[in-house]
Design a protein around this ligand. Structure first.
Ligand code: 4NP
Length: 163
């Protein structure tokens, strides 16, 4: 059973083996560094990889940047996640469409697009690297750090960061 996390942030992608686990690991490390006591977690809208570790290419790119994805195990989004977490952030527009369909109307204010937290001009999708190159996985880490910086600023003072 997943405990409720009233202050927590849930990151959501499609498979929960590339993008959202990377963002989760970056957020956990950077929140701790910033002294921010906010629980983080991740999941996928799809069920293909449930129980598996993160993609080896994501593990490698994260490790190179100083983040550890090895404890990760993929899980699928559950209906209860929308009431468990204060924020549920999708990685791209397709994730957002899935989240809006699954989320009760009354909780839609908890949904957001992760890179929107940077205050960057749209499009602010975090691109899916699954069928891409090692460079695409490295780019995910770069964007994850940028988004997490914006999220920290938003959580600390309620404003979006400059791009
Ligand atoms: P993620 O990447 O959503 O960033 O974890 C993907 C992982 C697996 C698949 C698609 C995207 N897949 O089709 O299995």
């Amino acid at each position: 059973m997943v405990e409720p996390h009233p202050r927590g942030v849930l990151f959501v992608c499609l498979g929960n083996i590339c993008r959202s686990p990377t963002v989760e690991a970056v957020a956990r490390a950077e929140f701790a560094r910033a002294g921010l006591d906010v629980p983080v977690a991740s999941c996928g809208t799809g069920d293909w990889h449930v129980g598996q570790g993160a993609d080896a290419r994501a593990v490698h790119a994260a490790r190179f940047a100083g983040y550890d994805l090895s404890p990760h195990r993929a899980r699928q989004l559950e209906a209860e996640d929308f009431s468990r977490y204060r924020m549920v952030l999708g990685m791209d527009g397709s994730n957002m469409a899935d989240l809006r369909r699954a989320c009760p109307e009354a909780l839609h204010s908890r949904l957001g697009l992760f890179l929107d937290m940077t205050g960057a001009a749209p499009p602010s999708d975090l691109p899916d690297p699954y069928n891409g190159t090692d460079e695409d996985f490295e780019h995910v880490v770069v964007l994850a750090r940028r988004g997490v910086r914006g999220l920290i600023r938003m959580l600390q003072n309620g404003t979006k960061a400059e791009p």
